[in-house]
Every structure is written in C-alpha cells, then in structure tokens.
Ligand binder design. Structure first.
Ligand SMILES: Nc1ncnc2c1ncn2[C@@H]1O[C@H](COP(=O)(O)OP(=O)(O)OP(=O)(O)O)[C@@H](O)[C@H]1O
Ligand SMILES: [Mg+2]
Length: 237
C-alpha cells in the first residue's frame, strides 16, 4: 500500500503541488483526474523521487520512502511508467523488457519475460523488432511489460492512453485493470476520464495543486455535476 500525505512540490516560486494526499492499495486502481497543469505529473514524479518535494510523506507499507531515488524505489517495489512511455526505440522489444529487470536475478528475469510474453503475445511476436517500430498501443504494452519486469507492488502510470487511437484506449485500460487484478496497487493519472472511470476503483480529483474531491469511481461517475465542474464537457464525451 502506498500512502501519500500532504505533499508539497514547488518549481522555484511556483507551488505546483500544495498538500496533496492520496493512496493506492493492492488490487485497486486509484485514478487521479484533473485538468492541464493541475499538478498530476508533478505529484507522480515527486512520489517517485524524480523531483524533490518541499515537504510531505510517502509511505510504502508504512515505511517512509519520500526522497528515495527512483532506482531505490524500484528495488522496493515502486515503479513508474512515465508520460509518453519512454521506451528505447533502437533497442529490441526483448532488450527493452530486460532493461526493466535490473533489480531481479537472471533466472527470475528469464521467467518474468516468459510470463510477459504469455500475457502480451504481440510482444513475443515482435521480440526482435526495435521498440521504435511498434505502434503506439504496442509501445504502451511494452512499457507496461517493462514495468512488470521488476515484479512491482505499486505501479505509477502517467497518462497511459495519451496519443493512442481511440480504439486502443479501452484496451489499454483493460490491461491496467488486469495489472491491478494481479494484486498490484495502481496509481494512474489519466485525462481520458470516461475510459479510465470504467476500470478505476477510487478517484482523486486534483485542481491547481490541491485535492478537491475523493471518492469511489462509481460515485464520480454518477456525480455528473462534479465531472462537469472540474473536467468540462470533453470529459463526458
Ligand atoms: N519544469 C517545470 N518548471 C516550472 N514549472 C513547471 C514545470 N513543470 C510543470 N510546471 C508547472 O507546474 C504546474 C503543474 O504541472 P504538471 O505537469 O504537474 O501538471 P499536470 O496535471 O500533469 O498537467 P497535464 O495534464 O498538462 O499533464 C503547472 O502550472 C506547470 O506549468
Ligand atoms: Mg501531466
């Protein structure tokens, strides 16, 4: 379980994240919604040690991890799939997967790759192909697969559906659901509210660096006034 409490992050004089609290539990998807510039990416990056937080707390199973590097966090079971996926375009699919396995032993990595190929047959078919030649949806599968290589407890996802063809969005969301169903705690930022709400368990709405609403996905879906107020018409399209 990941518990974020009263997180503050600034860029110089800009207080981008002002006292954000949220959590992610095993087997559940916590969806972070909010308009452009709300502070979603900043929160994820600070949680994962890629940005320095001004103050706050991030606990993994009760232990403070705020300030630990991303590298150390991966060893402890927290991994992030960044916005834009960031796969290595010139490395093959298999090499990309193995890049995610630096924290596990070789035989473990071998088994994990096999498990990922089973789950994502398309990656198995394309295992010798440069990652850059995959479609956007396939690259997202590769980024998920790479994240799974470290056998994480918590996965942080920043806009996994960004830039994908509309038909791919639901499929990517189903994969996120499957990920959580294996017992992983997922903390997902996603602008595609409709598709994301369909798979999420819990929702955190962030506006101008602050949490303005939390509740279940079910309640968020039925509270159309809330969705309109904070996300606009586009969110309900
Ligand atoms: N490197 C930076 N330097 C200065 N300000 C930044 C930097 N990165 C982000 N910001 C500012 O911090 C605020 C939060 O940005 P952030 O990227 O976290 O928002 P977001 O919710 O992820 O938005 P988006 O939906 O566009 O991805 C914004 O006002 C943004 O302009
Ligand atoms: Mg962002």
């Amino acid at each position: 379980m990941l518990e974020v409490n009263d997180l503050h992050v600034s860029y110089g004089a800009v207080n981008a994240v002002r006292g954000v609290s949220m959590s992610a539990s095993a087997g559940r998807i916590t969806l972070v919604l909010g308009s452009n510039g709300a502070g979603k990416t900043t929160s994820l990056r600070a949680i994962h040690g890629l940005l320095k937080a001004r103050s706050g707390s991030v606990k993994l199973d009760g232990k403070e991890i705020l300030g630990r590097s991303a590298h150390r966090q991966v060893r402890q079971g927290v991994v992030m799939v960044p916005e834009g996926r960031r796969i290595f375009p010139s490395l093959t699919v298999e090499e990309n997967l193995r890049m995610g396995a630096y924290t596990v032993s070789r035989p473990d990595a071998q088994r994990t790759v096999a498990g990922i190929y089973e789950k994502f047959p398309i990656l198995s078919e394309r295992r010798s192909m440069p990652g850059g030649l995959l479609s956007g949806g396939e690259q997202q599968m590769l980024a998920f697969g790479r994240a799974m290589m470290s056998q994480p407890k918590v996965v942080l996802l920043d806009e996994p559906s960004m830039g994908l063809a509309p038909g791919m969005v639901d499929r990517v969301m189903s994969r996120v659901r499957e990920m959580a169903d294996t017992g992983i705690a997922v903390l997902m930022v996603e602008q595609n509210a409709d598709a994301a709400l369909a798979v999420a368990d819990d929702v955190v709405l962030v506006q101008r660096g602050e949490v303005v609403w939390t509740g279940t996905a079910e309640n968020a879906q039925s509270d159309t006034a809330l969705v309109h107020a904070f996300l606009g018409e586009a969110a309900l399209a």
